[in-house]
Ligand binder design. Structure first.
Ligand SMILES: *Cc1c(COP(=O)(O)O)cnc(C)c1O
Length: 375
């Protein structure tokens, strides 16, 4: 059976990247590795649209999230966390694990935060050190207006920490221009790599908090990592093969050009939305992002049955997490993905819905998507 991976991470990997990673391993304390790392450092800054170094850790994306907390805060500090899905909730869980006081700004699943609610939270708590947000809330498919949130946080002494794990390389997030202070990412989403690398970029304002941050840390020590990266090294053994793949994936992303990469994701997302809506299904997110489309399972059909139907046809998509389990399913279209992947997903959706006894006119979903993809 031919297999297709259309889940919101891990995502498909281009053959160029797979081949690069299949090379015999090199040693990391060598001029050869340092030359590789110099390329990666330069290209990461272009992808993050920032002037400062992008730190790299051998971890899943959550490692960089934890690093952002422990390198900027101390126990008892007050923070504001925007929660509207599993990943916004994760920011709060990490903070609480370290004794950081969380003032949540709660948004119902599927909705995007009203930036005015962040402003109100900042006003109600004058000593806020940091605001945590999620650009693309993968669990609901919603996008949050990070640009507007950044403009609000900028007016206060707080820093803005953004989970961009499914927005980096999907939607424009010019970190320095918008004034986001920490942006974290992971390798297995739009960066077209296997899981295992976590990234964090810090503004000067964020770096200024680092020396005073008292939370315990050892591996995720941003100061140690920055010192090493300036010598084209890492503090501990890097995930060498993933870094080799990263050079190749960055090369591919920058060769396509960031504006084209964002336009492609936008087109794929619009085609997917049009396709599912043409089949009479409803989107879950009020303001859907371009990384994945969350769709409400039609009445009488359990979301898990749709995911299972896809799997039986060789396609991996995702269901809902937590209280969204069974109610939604999610089709990802990020990274090494094009219009034919969207058409594959929509064709499968037509088959699966028909299998489950839902009325479907074959071709309606894909026709709506084709109209968008043709342009
Ligand atoms: C995937 C994802 C994460 C978590 O990443 P892990 O690599 O599983 O640690 C965090 N935030 C968002 C928005 C994600 O999509």
């Amino acid at each position: 059976m031919k297999r297709y991976l259309l889940a919101p991470g891990p995502t498909p990997i281009p053959p160029e990247v797979l081949l690069a990673m299949a090379q015999p391993i090199i040693h990391h304390r060598t001029p050869e590795y340092e030359a590789l790392f110099a390329d990666v450092r330069r290209d990461l800054r272009l992808l993050f649209q920032c002037k400062n170094e992008v730190l790299i850790f051998a971890a899943s994306g959550t490692g960089a999230m934890e690093g952002a907390v422990v390198n900027t805060l101390s126990a008892g500090d007050q923070v504001v966390v925007v929660r509207g899905g599993k990943f916004g909730e994760r920011w709060a869980e990490i903070c609480e694990a370290y004794g950081v006081r969380v003032l949540p700004v709660d948004v119902p699943y599927g909705k995007s935060v009203d930036p005015a609610a962040v402003a109100a939270a900042l006003k109600s708590e004058p000593a806020v050190k940091a605001v945590f947000a999620t650009h693309s809330e993968t669990s609901t498919g919603a996008v949050h207006d990070v640009q507007a949130i950044a403009a609000i946080v900028r007016e206060t002494p707080a820093i803005l920490i953004v989970d961009a794990i499914t927005s980096l390389g999907v939607m424009d997030l010019p970190m320095d221009a918008w004034g986001a202070d920490i942006v974290v990412a992971g390798s297995q989403k739009a960066m077209m790599l296997p899981p295992g690398l976590a990234f964090a970029a810090l503004s000067d304002r964020a770096w200024a908090l680092v020396p005073g941050a008292r939370l315990p840390k050892y591996y995720f020590n941003f100061t140690a990592e920055r010192k090493a990266i300036e010598k084209n090294q890492s503090a501990y053994t890097p995930a060498v093969s993933l870094v080799v793949g990263l050079r190749e994936s960055l090369r591919l992303i920058l060769a396509e050009g960031l504006p084209n990469v964002f336009a492609r994701h936008d087109r794929l997302a619009r085609a997917t939305r049009a396709g599912v809506q043409a089949l009479g299904l409803e989107l879950f997110a009020e303001h859907p992002g371009c990384a994945c489309t969350a769709v409400k399972a039609p009445a009488g059909i359990e979301g898990g049955a749709i995911v299972k139907g896809f799997r039986q046809r060789g396609i991996t998509i995702a269901g809902g997490q937590g209280s969204m389990r069974g109610k939604i399913f999610r089709i990802a279209h990020m990274g090494y993905v094009d219009g034919f992947d969207v058409l594959t997903a929509l064709t499968a959706l037509e088959f699966v819905l028909a299998d489950l006894g839902h009325p479907v006119t074959f071709g309606e979903g894909i026709r709506a998507a084709q109209r968008i993809l043709q342009k």
